[in-house]
Design a protein around this ligand. Structure first.
Ligand code: ADP
Ligand code: MG
Ligand code: MG
Ligand code: MG
Length: 416
């Protein structure tokens, strides 16, 4: 067998195999016989181990040559780990302190050793439990502004951005998952789709909706061709870990150069889905305040993102786009302001399209959200999901006409 050929780790083999890795031994203790290993992966794709030694704890995340959720009938290349590693490095530079620190990367074994986030829990879980996290809106608004602006031609040297774009262009298979599972499958009877039985009539209506099918494909067209910035690519509430005081973003294996609005749309879609799922989680008391909190989070996330993006526009716009030589240097601050407003307006509009598609695929496609799945009463779940489907349809098809967050808040409340 080839030396260092890929082999999936197990709880039993991990200490023996990673014992010699100095970067781990330094952090958690060199005697690997004392390591305690647990597999905690709850995602759809990869293995995740918590490795606890005498001195500390680390996370070991390893890709498998197939999709974990489906099994080896669906191969998926190991190189997604390479893209996750490189995306985490870029994000750490562009938005310091927002992602787990990387301790070690082994490309052949497709494994990343990283900081163990504790006592953080997955944001989606916290929202299902009805917890109101005070910092997520601000932290994630800033995370998106920093990573999306600083990874684009607004900020980077053109030669460096193009080299990076070429590196991430090889993340073909993960982009293909999004292109198929997110943008196309939900809109026809694709074999891996599933939905709650009570939704039959609405699903039929949506799949016959010509305007929706055209607009969803226009969003896919943007996703596949608009290589604006390094996006996280999977920024849902399962890719964020939180405490009351800290917010961290994990799992950027879908990273590629795509549209600015993609991450923003996916994140806000997950808040809207959380909003529409709250009625299904009222057994321990009313979720009225939680619903109001979530709409507030959506508003504050967008406003933080927009304001920080504008601040970076004025202070860090050193890339080749919207050259200051044409604007500020000629004392034409108004032109700069107008250009900025066009850019933000486009992100707003596209964000709505991506958000609507994300909501549809989580209810109609292969990968569902615990927000809805955890609602045991099927009729209740279908009713929550129906509201989310209608909201998604509205914001996709009408995205060019929607002007304000207030309008979206009212639409969400009217459908809920
Ligand atoms: P996948 O790509 O398979 O979705 P994730 O990176 O999302 O894998 O990780 C799966 C789970 O492992 C997360 O939901 C979280 O519970 C846990 N996890 C991942 N990274 C960390 C970390 N750095 N610290 C603590 N827990 C983590
Ligand atoms: Mg994940
Ligand atoms: Mg997960
Ligand atoms: Mg993942």
């Amino acid at each position: 067998m080839k030396e260092n050929a890929f082999e999936a780790l197990t709880v039993e083999t991990l200490p023996g195999r990673l014992g010699p890795v100095a970067a781990i031994a330094e952090r958690i203790g060199a005697d690997s016989n004392l390591w305690k290993v647990r597999e905690v992966g709850d995602g759809n794709l990869n293995l995740v181990f918590i490795v606890e030694g005498e001195k500390g704890t680390v996370i070991v995340k390893q890709a498998l040559p197939y999709v974990r959720l489906v099994g080896d009938s669906w191969p998926l290349p190991l190189k997604r780990s390479f893209f996750e590693y490189h995306a985490l490095s870029r994000q750490a530079e562009r938005a310091p302190g927002t992602v787990p620190a990387i301790h070690h990367f082994d490309e052949a074994q497709a494994l990343i050793v990283m900081e163990f986030l504790s006592p953080h829990i997955i944001l989606r879980r916290a929202l299902i439990e009805g917890r109101r996290l005070p910092k997520i809106a601000r932290d994630l608004g800033l995370f998106m502004a920093h990573t999306l602006f600083r990874g684009s031609d607004l900020s980077m040297k053109a030669s460096e951005r193009k080299a990076d774009l070429a590196l991430f262009a090889d993340n073909v298979e993960l982009c293909d998952i999004t292109e198929s599972l997110v943008f196309t499958d939900p809109y026809f009877e694709a074999p891996m789709n599933r939905h709650t039985p009570g939704l039959e009539a609405l699903v039929k209506e949506l799949r016959a909706d010509r305007d929706l099918k055209v607009e969803a494909q226009r969003m896919k067209h943007q996703f596949a061709t608009r290589a604006e910035t390094l996006v996280h690519g999977d920024l849902h509430s399962g890719s964020v870990m939180v405490t009351d005081t800290e917010t961290r973003v994990i799992d950027p294996e879908f990273a590629f150069y795509g549209p600015m609005a993609f991450d923003v749309g996916m994140l806000l879609a997950n808040y809207w889905m959380s909003f529409f799922s709250q009625r299904g989680h009222e057994s321990a008391g009313s979720r009225e305040e939680m619903r109001a909190y979530l709409l507030g989070v959506i508003d504050e996330t967008w406003n933080t993102f927009r304001n920080e993006f504008a601040r970076l526009w004025h202070t860090e716009r050193k890339g080749m786009l919207y050259d200051a030589a044409l604007y500020e240097a000629r004392n034409d601050g108004l032109a700069s302001e107008q250009a900025l407003n066009h850019v933000i307006h486009d992100i707003w509009t596209d964000m709505l399209g991506f958000a609507g598609v994300e909501m549809h695929r989580r209810i109609l496609g292969l990968a569902h959200n615990a927000d809805f799945e955890d609602i045991a009463d099927e009729a209740q779940r279908a009713s929550c999901e129906a509201a989310a489907l209608k909201f998604g349809r509205h914001i996709i098809v009408n995205r060019n006409k929607i002007q304000s967050l207030a309008e979206l808040d009212m639409l969400a409340q009217a459908l809920d």
